[in-house]
Design a protein around this ligand. Structure first.
Ligand code: SF4
Length: 282
């Protein structure tokens, strides 16, 4: 089964049941004192945050700082970042990653960190001073972030969304936003209705499952591009005022309940509106 089997009114009915679920998924606060005090730490954490465990990605800047004594771009550009990242991740790799995946990740991520450092060095800016003391539209921030090496559309959407959450007072802290705000007290991000939600494998998996498709033969990652337009349209139905909010539900459900091989449907908050969950409950 797929979304093609559903009428617009059925899709809209599922979308209308999303908003009340938000309160079950409080915003995650990935901050720590180090991330909030070093202007390059949130940037490096963001670049690392894919394929590996999120907590490990966000702890890496502090580990790197303790190892080499600085996150200053000039210093990082002289280091063997790939080797350092390999050392840090030695006992942290997810089981699903094979040796080639690991090497590709190390190569791509260490290069992106260096390229980002080079960009900021040449511009005489930092991830904090790149923002002026004024209000920005969501799309301006999105495209500013997209210029940074290692920032695809998903990461640019994710950080822009997090900046909006802080601007609206919906989250308590955000290491990157709060550093910008200390530097530039009038910094704010608005126009949240124009921002797309970030889409990863968890989002694709949950979206497909609520419309009745349990498995993807080639894996959800391989199928991700095929579902982006449908998910974005669904997010606008669910949260027309702030479509990126849908990620708060789908991402958490994907991580906590909707496991690949054995989803915990009986405990899942989406159970009653999910086609797979409904089958399991019967
Ligand atoms: S009910 Fe089951 S299949 Fe549906 S989203 Fe929840 S865990 Fe996934």
């Amino acid at each position: 089964m797929s979304i093609k089997r559903f009428s617009f009114s059925q899709i809209k009915e599922k979308a209308s049941r999303m908003r009340p679920l938000l309160e079950k998924f409080p915003l995650s606060e990935l901050d720590n004192a180090f991330l909030a005090s070093n202007e390059y730490a949130p940037l490096i954490g963001t670049i690392c945050d894919e394929q590996i465990n999120s907590d490990d990605a966000w702890d890496y800047p502090e580990w790197l700082h303790s190892k080499v004594g600085t996150l200053d771009p000039e210093s990082l550009l002289k280091l063997e970042l790939k080797q350092l990242l390999r050392e840090y991740l030695e006992d942290k790799w997810p089981a699903r990653m094979n040796d080639k995946d690991k090497d590709d990740y190390l190569e791509k991520t260490s290069k992106a960190i260096k390229d980002a450092m080079d960009l900021f060095l040449k511009a005489s800016k930092s991830p904090i001073s790149m923002f002026e003391d004024r209000t920005y539209s969501a799309l301006e921030v999105f495209f500013m972030l997209r210029r940074i090496p290692g920032f695809g559309h998903k990461k640019a959407n994710m950080i822009t969304r997090d900046f909006i959450y802080r601007s609206l007072g919906l989250s308590k802290s955000h290491s990157w936003f709060d550093q910008v705000k200390r530097n530039s007290p009038h910094f704010n991000v608005v126009d949240e209705k124009f921002l797309d939600m970030p889409i990863d494998v968890h989002v694709v998996k949950v979206f497909n499952r609520i419309f009745g498709r349990k498995f993807a033969p080639r894996g959800w990652q391989a199928e991700l591009p095929n579902h982006i337009a449908d998910i974005l349209a669904f997010s606008k139905l669910a949260f027309p005022d702030f479509p990126a909010k849908l990620d708060q539900i789908f991402w958490n459900v994907g991580r906590e309940y909707c496991y690949e091989g054995n989803p915990k449907c009986l405990e899942c908050p989406l159970n009653e509106l999910c086609e797979i969950g409904t089958l399991v409950s019967k």
